[in-house]
Ligand binder design. Structure first.
Ligand code: ATP
Ligand code: MG
Length: 230
C-alpha cells in the first residue's frame, strides 16, 4: 500500500536548517498495524504528516497503491485524503460548534460514493460509526460536554466513517488517562482485526506492543523495524 523511498523533509527558518526526515525508506502492506516510537523531535509527526499528504517531502518518492502522490495538486490531494485516509490526533481536533454526530459526518465530506442516494445512507453510516466506538448516546452533545476519552472516540468515529484505507493516528492516547487510553487502543486493535491498516505514533511501549510492527526513529531516520513476537 505504502512505498516510501529516500524521503526527506528539510525545514529552513532564519537560515537554520533542520532535517526532520532523512532518507526514510518504508513499506507498509494493507492490513498492517504499525507503531512508530522515538524521542521528541525525531520526526514522527513529520513522517505521519508526510504519509497523510498534509506535509510535502523535500525529496524522495511516495507511492500509495502504486500511485505517485507528488504528481497531485492540492485539490487532488485533498480528494485523495478525504477518500482514502482517516486521521486521529492527540488533541482530538473536534469542532466545538458542531455536535458529535455533525463532527463525525465531516468524515464523509469528500466521500462521493453515496452521493445521490440521499441523506439516509450518510445518516446510517454516521450512526454505525458512533455505535462502533460507543458514542451514539452522545450524538447530540457538543465536544466540550464530553470527557476526553469520549471525544477521542468521537474523533475515531469521524476517522472511520468513510471506511478509509489507512488510519493515521498521532499519539491518540497522549492526552488520555490509562483507562481511556486502553479503551482507545482496544478500538484501534479491533479495527485492525477487521482489516483496517493503521499507522500510529506513540510514546507508550505498552500501546506500541498492541501493534503488529514497531518502528523506532532517531534523528529523522528509521533505526529499527520489528514485527511483534507472537
Ligand atoms: N514547521 C517547522 N519548521 C521548522 N522545523 C520544524 C517544523 N516542524 C517540525 N520541525 C522540526 O522537525 C523536527 C521533527 O519534528 P516532529 O514534530 O516530527 O517531531 P516528533 O517526533 O513528532 O516529536 P514529538 O514526540 O515531540 O511530537 C523537530 O526538530 C522540529 O523542531
Ligand atoms: Mg509529534
Amino acid at each position: 500500500m505504502i512505498h516510501l523511498e529516500n524521503i526527506q523533509r528539510r525545514y529552513v527558518s532564519d537560515e537554520v536548517e533542520t532535517t526532520a526526515l532523512a532518507d526514510i525508506d518504508l513499506h507498509v502492506e494493507a492490513g498492517e498495524f504499525v507503531a512508530i516510537m522515538g524521542p521528541s523531535g525525531c520526526g514522527k509527526s513529520t513522517l505521519l504528516n508526510t504519509l497523510g499528504t498534509v506535509d510535502r517531502p523535500t525529496g524522495g518518492k511516495y507511492l500509495f497503491d502504486d500511485r505517485d502522490l507528488a504528481a497531485l495538486d492540492e485539490k487532488a490531494l485533498a480528494q485523495f485524503r478525504g477518500a482514502t485516509l482517516g486521521f486521529v490526533f492527540q488533541s482530538f481536533n473536534l469542532i466545538d460548534e458542531l455536535t458529535i454526530e455533525e463532527n463525525v459526518a465531516l468524515g464523509l465530506a469528500y466521500r462521493k460514493d453515496d452521493a445521490g442516494k440521499g441523506i439516509g445512507d450518510r445518516r446510517a453510516r454516521v450512526a454505525a460509526a458512533m455505535d462502533k466506538v460507543g458514542i451514539a448516546h452522545r450524538a447530540r452533545h457538543y465536544p466540550h460536554q464530553l470527557s476526553g476519552g469520549q471525544q477521542q472516540r468521537a474523533a475515531i468515529a469521524r476517522a472511520i466513517v468513510g471506511a478509509p484505507k489507512l488510519i493515521l493516528a498521532d499519539e491518540p492516547t497522549g492526552n488520555l488517562d490509562t483507562a481511556n487510553g486502553e479503551q482507545v487502543m482496544n478500538i484501534l486493535a479491533g479495527l485492525n482485526n477487521e482489516g483496517a491498516t493503521i499507522i500510529m505514533v506513540t510514546h507508550s511501549p505498552s500501546h506500541a506492543d498492541m501493534a503488529k510492527r514497531r518502528i523506532d526513529m532517531l534523528d529523522g531516520r528509521i533505526v529499527a523495524s520489528a514485527a511483534r513476537a507472537l
